[in-house]
Design a protein around this ligand. Structure first.
Ligand SMILES: C[S@@+](CC[C@H](N)C(=O)[O-])C[C@H]1O[C@@H](n2cnc3c(N)ncnc32)[C@H](O)[C@@H]1O
Length: 251
């Protein structure tokens, strides 16, 4: 999903996209169908929904924001996939008011669990939208990455506060309501009855490296992408990643 016009944007999405694309390919083979039914809960303006639709899958995006859904519609039209993307206003808590329970081969929940009122209940609904053997792709803010970022910016008190705060927030001005450790996320997923397949650390270095090093050194972006991909696999780096990705399956 690297964007030649916005190369640095690929640093935010590359690891998740590679894991997700492989998981969708496996699901296609197992299901014996080329086109999967994919639900993107809190899919926003389609950062993942549009590329997933470009693979040929049918994507339903549920999001509470009318502005995001409007932007999604425009992006889907620009990408030529308007016929494969459906935007629906709704939220994770009332998910089955707007989509079918057990109706999807894959469900994405990226950058949403931080914002829902009750993560356990929200995630139970997300998991409940899966068909048997369906795949969950969960991405959420990591606690350790935020602590490290505040400390390296010289905000030591905020870093300590995030470390000790039950929600992992660094202060009143923190725009993120909640962060997770890898253990908390896998426990939440396991509690829904899904089997955790893999955990990846996302943006271990990308947010800490000065932009000038990436933008001006020839080959630096490519080398950093490869480093991120290698570190993502290593449990030792999960505790300092900006985001954590969990892939899970329904029995
Ligand atoms: C950080 S954005 C992530 C968007 C997209 N998933 C992505 O990865 O680019 C968070 C999204 O969650 C949506 N959201 C907030 N509260 C939600 C809820 N209770 N249920 C579902 N989506 C929610 C927001 O409208 C927003 O589009």
């Amino acid at each position: 999903m690297s964007d030649p016009l916005r190369p640095r944007a690929s640093l935010r999405t590359a690891v998740v996209w590679d894991v997700l694309k492989d998981a969708l390919e496996r699901r296609v083979k197992a299901a014996g169908r080329d086109a999967l039914d994919v639900l993107d809960t809190g899919g926003g303006s389609g950062n993942f929904a549009v590329p997933v639709a470009r693979l040929g899958h049918r994507v339903t995006v549920v999001d509470p924001s009318p502005n995001a859904l409007f932007a999604l519609e425009r992006r889907a039209a620009e990408a030529g996939v308007a016929d494969r993307i459906r935007g629906v206003q709704g939220d994770a808590h009332g998910l089955f008011d707007v989509v079918e329970r057990g109706g999807y081969d894959a469900v994405l929940c990226h950058g949403v669990l931080e914002y829902v009122d009750d993560p356990a209940e929200g995630l139970a609904n997300v998991a409940g939208a899966l068909r048997p053997a369906g795949t969950l792709s969960l991405l959420a803010a990591g606690l350790g990455g935020a602590v490290l970022a505040r400390a390296l910016a010289g905000h030591f008190t905020e870093a300590r506060r995030a470390l000790t705060d039950p929600a992992g927030r660094w202060g009143e001005g923190d725009p993120v309501p909640r962060r997770f450790t890898a253990e908390q996320l896998t426990e939440l997923v396991t509690a829904t009855g899904l089997q955790v397949g893999a955990v990846h650390g996302v943006r271990v270095f990308a947010d800490l490296v000065p932009g000038v090093l990436v933008d001006t050194e020839p080959g630096a972006l490519d080398a950093l992408l490869k480093l991120e991909a290698a570190a993502a696999e290593q449990p030792a780096f999960h505790s300092v990643a900006t985001q954590l990705h969990v892939l899970a399956e329904r029995d």
